[in-house]
Design a protein around this ligand. Structure first.
Ligand code: FE2
Length: 270
C-alpha cells in the first residue's frame, strides 16, 4: 500500500505546490482535486491497514508466548516429582539455544529447538513410574521400556498441530553421531541438527548437576568429556563449538543460580 499511496500523494502535492502550472478553472484542476482525494483515501487505508497489521503481529507474539508457556508447563509435568530434573530442563534449553545461536542461528528461535528441548522427555509419561524411579540398574526389560520414550514422545506430539514441531528433537535426542544410539540407530547427518545440538546441551547439564544417585562433575571435566565424545556420541562441529563457547565464558554467563531460582519458583505450582 505504501508503494502506491505515497508516490501518488507526492505527485499530487507537487501539483498543489506549483498551482501556477494550471488554471484553477480548467478541467485539469478538477482532475487534480480528484487525484488528491484518491491519494488521501489511499493514505488513510494504508495507515488503517498498517495499524491492523501491528495489532495482528502483537496478537501473534502473544500467541507464540502462550505456546511456549504451555510447552514449558507440559515439560515440567513430566518432571513434576523431581525438582532436580525440572531445573535441568531450563538449563538444557538455555544451553541449547546459546549453542544454536553459534551453530545455526535460524534454529535458535525455531519451535523445533525451543519446544523440542523443553519436551524432549515427554515420552517418559508412557514409562512405568517404578522403572523411572528405580535407584539400581535396570533389567533388560526395564531398559527396553526406557528406550521407548523417544518414540512414545513422538507419537504423543505428532498429532498435535503446534507441538508436532518438537517431534524431531524428541524422537532423536538419544541418537548418537556414530550410529550407536537409540531408538533408530540414526547416524551423522541423518539425525536432525536441532537434536544434535540439544544432545550436547542435555549431556553437559546432566553431567554438571547433582543427582540423588551421584555428585555433579566439575564444569571443566564435563567439557573435556564433550570434547572426547566429538565424532562419537556428538556431532564433531557441534561439540567443538560448545567447547569454544565454554572457553569464551559464554556457558558460565548463563547464570545457573538464576536458572535454579526460576525452577524453584515453578516448584510452587506443584
Ligand atoms: Fe531422554
Amino acid at each position: 500500500m505504501q508503494q502506491v499511496a505515497e508516490p501518488l500523494e507526492s505527485f499530487v502535492r507537487e501539483m498543489v505546490i506549483f498551482p501556477s502550472r494550471t488554471d484553477d478553472d480548467t478541467p485539469i484542476a478538477g482532475f487534480r482535486e480528484q487525484l488528491f482525494a484518491v491519494a488521501r483515501d489511499l493514505n488513510r487505508i494504508y495507515h488503517e491497514e498498517r495499524s491492523r497489521l501491528q495489532e495482528m503481529e502483537k496478537g501473534l507474539h502473544m500467541l507464540e508466548d502462550s505456546y511456549l508457556a504451555t510447552v514449558r508447563i507440559l515439560g515440567f509435568i513430566v518432571h513434576a516429582a523431581d525438582a532436580h530434573t525440572r531445573s535441568h530442563l531450563d538449563r538444557a534449553h538455555d544451553y541449547a539455544v546459546a549453542l544454536a545461536r553459534r551453530v545455526a542461528p535460524d534454529l535458535a528461535d525455531d519451535p523445533i529447538l525451543q519446544y523440542g528441548s523443553l519436551l524432549h522427555d515427554i515420552g517418559k509419561l508412557g514409562v512405568p513410574e517404578k522403572v523411572l524411579a528405580k535407584a539400581g540398574p535396570l533389567t533388560a526389560d526395564e531398559w527396553e521400556m526406557m528406550r521407548r520414550h523417544p518414540s512414545l514422545g513422538g507419537q504423543l506430539l505428532r498429532p498435535a498441530r503446534f507441538l508436532a514441531a518438537a517431534a524431531p528433537v524428541v524422537e532423536a535426542h538419544h541418537e548418537r553421531w556414530d550410529g550407536a544410539g537409540y531408538p533408530r540407530g540414526l547416524k551423522g547427518d541423518q539425525i536432525p541438527l536441532a537434536a544434535r545440538i540439544f544432545s550436547v546441551a542435555d549431556a553437559f547439564d546432566a553431567m554438571t548437576t547433582n543427582r540423588p544417585y551421584r555428585e555433579a562433575r566439575p564444569l571443566e571435566g564435563a567439557v573435556t568429556e564433550i570434547s572426547l565424545e566429538a565424532g562419537k556420541q556428538f556431532d564433531p562441529v557441534v561439540a567443538e563449538t560448545f567447547v569454544r563457547l565454554y572457553q569464551e565464558g559464554e556457558i558460565e554467563k548463563l547464570d545457573r543460580h538464576e536458572l535454579d531460582e526460576a525452577a524453584s519458583d515453578v516448584d510452587s505450582y506443584f
